[in-house]
Design a protein around this ligand. Sequence first.
Ligand SMILES: [Zn+2]
Length: 270
Amino acid sequence: MLIDTHSHLNFKNFEKDYAQVIERSLNYDLKAIINVGSDFKTSKRAIEIASRYEKGVYATVGLHPIYINQKDFDFHSFKKLATSEKVIAIGETGLDYYRNEVQSEKAKQKEIFLKQTGLAYELNLPIILHCRSEKDDPLGAYKEMIEILQNFIKDKNLKGVIHCFQANWKIAKEFIKLGFYLGFTGFVTFTKDEELIEVVKKTPLDRILLETDCPFLAPVPYRGKRCEPWHTKFIAEKIAKIKKLSFQKIAKATTQNAEKLFLSIRFQKA
Ligand SMILES: [Zn+2]
């Protein structure tokens, strides 16, 4: 059984049929789906959806860096949301330098990222990191993020995942050293980036998480369509192929990893 550790059934694209999508996905050998919040509204929506299911559907709360200019990060209201028993992580949060107008925003992005890191630490929850660099400096944001995490983690315990990982092995090693997991999406099924394939090949099995990032990034053979959580299977198949291991082995390891990172903490608390 697989776990989709990063989906957005809380987004508008699934407004009408999220229940069918969840049913389809859970029937399709998915053990759990984690709906990730990207602002206050979608975080709240993720909790609402999860609350309708006894098990198998979870939520995270956070403010994505692309929204920091339109939306405030109010620590206390996010903290209040995060205490819901369905919330199993903080995020997605991080740095997004992809758009051109970002120069003036970098400081604010870092500040809000740190606040969410603090919230994760305070609530003893793992963190889901989003990181996207500028076009002409593809590792820039990753390097800055590693520096922030190194400083933060120096005397604190923080666990998490770098979601939709898209950098090279050198960067991957730094996250692994920090105790983080690497999340791979459908992107690995169609990328021509040899360096990323090398990362998939070299990353130890006990550090890999599967995620669809649905509705985005539908894997081969569903490219261009709306992605759904059950597509996780195609990502697992591709990783199995790259690592020359069986599908079962990838499924078992990644599901264990997801349970260890996200689900054990909540169950301890309960
Ligand atoms: Zn996402």
